[in-house]
Design a protein around this ligand. Structure first.
Ligand code: HDE
Length: 702
């Protein structure tokens, strides 16, 4: 305890404090002197009443009971008790950021949406990324679909594109959504497992739903363990409509393409990242935006007409199918930039309410039965979550264009109509807003007919062809990851019949995949293949479906983990870190102690991580610059050995000063070879960075 007061009382006209010190007596001898000064505002109750003592409740005597009349105590505790709102029933864990959408190509011939009328138009945007299955406190690297929800505040109202990082979905009809989510979330009797699909209930459900097989190929691929939100694509999933000013419609699918390129981690890394930094994805987005490295996506559209839809092998209303980019190219029409973090997580990220029904003039729905169901669900769920129909009054949800309507009252109404008129038609002079038949939203005048039936369209029946196409479009390494993921997940399934039922779908996708998984599970014989409702067909390979075929050779926005010891060669450290930073990458120093190390030239190199807090799974590439003594010391430390052993096993590029050999030997890194650069001379540091642009040296594990 210091004898000095933390805040010296001042006479300040703003805060109105006087110069007389009234120390707050806690009774235990500790005096608290924290007082408002020029910069610190005065603490008040929610009613604005200045508070004199925020340490002690009001009591009858120093050791007596707390008094009911202590309004400050009651207000503070009451408010705390009510701080939580229900978390989202799905996509509970998410992270949001602000930015803008800028139109790069006007498309008035396709859509009347005001933002697309002119190149250069900009509208504010808010984006929330999420996982689906885990609760709010779950870890970022769960194997899961990622939500990619975008709210665009256009000058003709809010348009929400509530998409995912995977272009298809598990189910075809929204009626099955509660079953799907119940199956993947914690089992109701035991309350676990959390944030994972590797359990009996999920695979039991999936194995009984052949329509999920295409999506399962995606979730078992590396798409479900992205390196960060910045390196993943987004998709509107459903087929939507564009409608132009003449009232002509066409079909459209929305795509978000990351300028940063695509990148994922491997499963063993994901498992370890979840322990080392459960907030890995949040921290990544936060750091990038705070560093001014603003992530950017291109908005692309796949546009097609009825004739294409009629000819296409599948139904364009079936959300378990995609349209390969080779068949309908993606046309880039805008760019999305995220350049500002929220001021307050709860106010913005938690309270943002995305609704698929939020569309604007020029956009329309199709009859996709999943989309139709979502249009009910999102509005409904916001009322539960945000407590009433006025959630659009919350600033993050309110339009940024003028809005006028006759809706009124309800919980927490922030803006009610002024004046007498709260209905329409009326004959008052100040009668309030009126509908505009010329500029207002109109649905596409699409003819509808049909019998009222609970039925699924026949052309929704092919469940395996696109799953096969996806699998066969992957590189050998990616295919191996899918087989390993299936084997891992099914090895967590306790019921052998469920494991076998899942495997029985795989021969319809690819026999080699089926064999690899059967072998991985130790099945003595291949289960009889499921009889498909419709025989799968062979579709051409689509390179766009692979992550590895679509990487951008770039280390920008990536992280180098630099393991250093005291006395490490300062020139080498400089030669290594300078080009990384110049290329827009980040360097994080990992040292035996958090204070850092003293380099060979006597300079102090501050560390960002102590060696046991900075495992190599947190980095895209690693470098080890040590003295012989430092290498020996690290060789005796498990976290240092794991640092290099993991980097090697995860196919990362590794640079090292020759002295590091001792550490590699101790860590059991079998050989040096390709993908590892010995830094005998400073110019090799540059060669290392060039190699790193490939992100991983897959040949090492292929
Ligand atoms: Fe959602 N989904 N969903 N979903 N979804 C929700 O709405 C629902 C589906 C997606 O960051 C909920 O506000 C149904 C597909 C995202 O706030 C809820 C069906 C796609 C987010 C809901 C689907 C999504 C949600 C829960 C089957 C990709 C997070 C909280 C028909 C195209 C948005 C909320 C955010 C959230 C219902 C399927 C994406 C319950 C009924 C397909 C990104 O309304």
């Amino acid at each position: 305890m210091t004898d000095e007061p933390l805040y010296r009382p001042t006479s300040d006209s703003q805060t109105g404090t006087d110069t007389v010190d009234h120390p707050v007596q806690r009774g235990d001898g500790v005096e608290l002197h924290q007082r408002p000064d020029g910069d610190t505002p005065r603490l008040t109750t929610a009613q604005g009443v200045p508070v004199a003592d925020d340490q002690n409740s009001l009591k009858a005597g120093a050791r007596g009971p707390t008094l009911m009349e202590d309004f400050h105590f009651r207000e503070k505790i009451f408010h705390f008790d009510h701080e939580r709102i229900p978390e989202r029933v799905v996509h509970a864990r998410g992270y949001g950021a602000h930015g803008y959408l800028e139109v790069t190509e006007a498309i008035p011939e396709l859509t009347a949406a005001s933002l697309f009328q002119k190149k250069g138009n900009r509208v504010p945007a808010f984006v929330r990324f999420s996982t689906v299955a885990g609760n709010k406190g779950s870890a970022d690297l769960a194997r899961d679909v990622r939500g990619f929800a975008v709210k665009l505040y256009t000058d003709e109202g809010n348009w929400d594109i509530v998409g995912n990082n995977i272009p298809v979905f598990f189910i075809q009809d929204a009626l099955k959504f509660p079953d799907l989510i119940h199956s993947v979330k914690a089992a109701p009797d035991r309350g676990f497992p959390q944030a994972q699909s590797a359990h009996d209930n999920f695979w039991d459900f999936i194995s009984l739903m052949p329509e999920a097989m295409h999506m399962v190929m995606w979730t078992m691929s590396d798409r479900a363990i992205p390196r960060s939100f910045r390196f993943m694509e987004g998709f509107g999933v459903h087929t939507f409509r564009f409608v132009n000013a003449e009232g002509q419609g066409c079909f459209v699918k929305f795509h978000w393409k990351p300028k940063q390129g695509l990148q994922s981690v491997v499963w063993d890394e994901a498992v370890k990242i979840m322990g080392a930094d459960p907030d890995f994805h949040r921290r990544d987005l936060w750091q990038a935006i705070q560093n001014g490295d603003f992530p950017e996506w291109e908005l692309g559209v796949q546009v097609f007409d009825d004739a294409f839809a009629d000819d296409f092998e599948f139904d364009v209303l079936d959300a378990t199918k995609l349209i390969p980019e080779e068949q309908v190219p993606v046309r880039i029409v805008a760019r999305l930039v995220l350049d500002r973090m929220v001021d307050n997580f709860f106010a913005e990220t938690e309270q943002v309410a995305f609704c698929t029904q939020n569309i604007v003039r020029g956009i329309d729905f199709t009859n996709d039965p999943l989309l139709q169901g979502r249009n009910f669900s999102y509005l409904d769920t916001q009322i539960k979550r945000l407590g009433g129909p006025n959630f659009t009054h919350i600033p993050i949800n309110a339009p940024k264009c003028p809005f006028h309507h006759f809706q009124q009252d309800g919980h927490m109404a922030m803006h009610n109509p002024k004046g007498r008129a709260n209905y329409e038609p009326n004959s008052w002079a100040q009668g309030g807003p009126r509908a505009d038949p010329d500029a207002g939203f109109r649905s596409l005048a699409e003819p509808m007919a049909g019998d009222k039936r609970r039925v699924r369209a026949e052309d929704f029946a092919d469940h395996y062809s696109q799953a096969r196409q996806f699998y066969r479009s992957q590189t050998a390494v990616e295919q191996e990851h899918i087989a390993s993921a299936l084997t891992f997940e099914l090895s967590k399934v306790e019921t052998p019949e469920i494991r076998e039922r899942v495997v029985s779908h795989l021969p319809n996708i690819d026999t080699d995949l089926a064999k690899a998984v059967a072998k991985g599970l130790g099945l003595t014989k291949m289960p009889k293949a499921q009889k498909p409702a419709k025989e799968p067909i062979d579709l051409p390979v689509s390179d766009k479906l692979s992550i590895h075929k679509n990487q951008r050779a770039n280390f920008k926005g990536r992280k180098l983990g630099l393991l250093v010891s005291d006395g490490a060669d300062a020139a080498l450290v400089e030669a290594l870190t300078k080009p990384v930073k110049a290329a827009g990458g980040l360097v994080e120093v990992v040292a035996p102690v958090i204070a850092g190390v003293t380099l060979s030239d006597g300079t102090l190199l501050a560390a960002q991580q102590k060696v046991d807090g900075g495992p190599s799974v947190l980095y895209d590439a690693v470098a080890v610059v040590v003295t012989a003594k430092g290498a020996t010391q690290f060789a005796a430390m498990h976290p240092a050995k794991a640092f290099v052993a993991d980097a090697y096993a995860h196919a990362k590029f590794i640079a090292y000063s020759p002295e590091a050999e001792t550490l590699f030997d101790a860590a059991g890194v079998p050989q040096r070879g390709d993908g590892m650069v010995s830094l005998d001379a400073a110019d090799e540091a540059k060669a290392f960075l060039d190699a790193c642009k490939a992100l991983r040296f897959w040949d090492r594990v292929a």
